[in-house]
Design a protein around this ligand. Structure first.
Ligand code: TRP
Ligand code: SF4
Length: 328
């Protein structure tokens, strides 16, 4: 069976962008692959080091979200990155061979530094973000890594690092991981920018029905449709983008036709979308409340996963130490 590895960086509870872009996919992948899924808490530290007090809670939220969405810890290896210190050792060894120029050229490096202006990302750790990600992937010899477009350069760097390590040591140690591109296009936020916690435009998986409806009402529509009597264009409407995620074919047709002919109003259309979204995440909300006050159990599940992950990770590290001649 082919092996999959994927991580989520905890920065809070998960929103629709995380769900439709990644988590939904994880639930499907666990049926067909041997899966290693983890919470990348050290990756959060690369940008949150100045105030790391929330990382624990974020990690808990992400674990709850992952489990409530249907990831089954009996089928997959579910773990927390910082519980498997082998990630740090491989990161260190890879960093010795990672050319600075490669890291400085990674597009997310420049973008994140421009976007997160309130954070000082001029650190050694932040530059090394993709090296840590490479270690995550290579420790488990993952064949495939499910990613969105934005992560492709990180995966490319991982592959380049594999070739470099093999060239420098003269040994074949790692598997070159291939990307498994997520089909859902980038999910917009209520304001049409990329959905992101830091933009304040996100709808969360555990938002209560009231909140979902309120957010639906705030969501940007076709800006050219000013009056109820103006026909609109769903192709440029964020509400319609959301419909595509949570509504069935019949509703999509109703919305598309009603919009183009001015047969329906935007409020009606938003209400229909909210109603479907509430239904879509009903089971999720129920599952998530079951984890209330069950932190100890969550960490037990993660500990069990970390044990299984460590076993695989240690075997890989043994090979790396041997290839470098430092296995004494
Ligand atoms: N960088 C990824 C993101 O921001 C998270 C991540 C860390 C990851 N390590 C990984 C994803 C390894 C896939 C494989 O989404
Ligand atoms: Fe968007 Fe619906 Fe309004 Fe059309 S009717 S602009 S699809 S909210």
């Amino acid at each position: 069976m082919e092996r999959i590895l994927a991580g989520i960086r905890p920065t809070g509870k998960l929103h629709w962008g995380n769900y439709f872009g990644a988590l939904q996919n994880w639930v499907q992948l666990q049926k067909k692959y041997e899966c290693f899924f983890f919470v990348a808490d050290w990756h959060s530290l690369t940008s949150e080091y100045a105030d790391s007090s929330k990382i624990k809670n974020w990690t808990i939220e992400v674990l709850k979200d992952v489990l409530s969405a249907g990831v089954d810890p009996d089928k997959v290896v579910l773990f927390i990155q910082s519980h498997v210190p082998e990630h740090a050792e491989l990161h260190l060894l890879l960093s010795m061979m990672a050319p600075l120029g490669w890291l400085e050229r990674v597009p997310t490096y420049k973008e994140m530094r421009q976007e997160l202006v309130d954070k000082d990302l001029n650190t050694y750790g932040f530059l090394g973000y993709p090296v840590l990600q490479s270690a995550d992937i290579l420790l488990y010899n993952a064949n495939k890594v499910p990613v969105g477009e934005d992560q492709l350069p990180h995966l490319e760097l991982t592959r380049e690092l594999v070739r470099r390590v093999h060239f420098l040591t003269g040994k074949t140690i790692f598997v070159e991981p291939q990307p498994l591109l997520t089909k859902t296009p980038r999910v917009p936020g209520m304001d049409r920018r990329k959905m992101s916690k830091s933009f304040g435009n996100a709808i969360y998986l555990d938002d209560e029905p009231k909140e979902i409806t309120a957010k639906a009402m705030q969501t940007l529509t076709d800006p050219a449709r000013k009056l109820r009597s103006d026909p609109g264009n769903p192709d440029v409407c964020t509400v319609y983008d959301f419909h595509k995620l949570v509504s069935d074919e019949a509703t999509l047709k109703w919305s598309d036709h009603g919009c183009r002919t001015a047969g329906i109003g935007c409020v009606e259309c938003k209400q229909a979308m909210a109603k479907n979204a509430i239904e879509y995440f009903k089971k999720f909300r129920e599952e998530k409340t079951k984890w209330d006050n069950k932190e100890a159990q969550l960490f037990e599940i993660a500990a069990e996963g970390s044990k299984r992950a460590s076993k695989v990770a240690r075997a890989t590290l043994e090979k790396v130490r041997e290839a470098l001649g430092i296995n004494y």
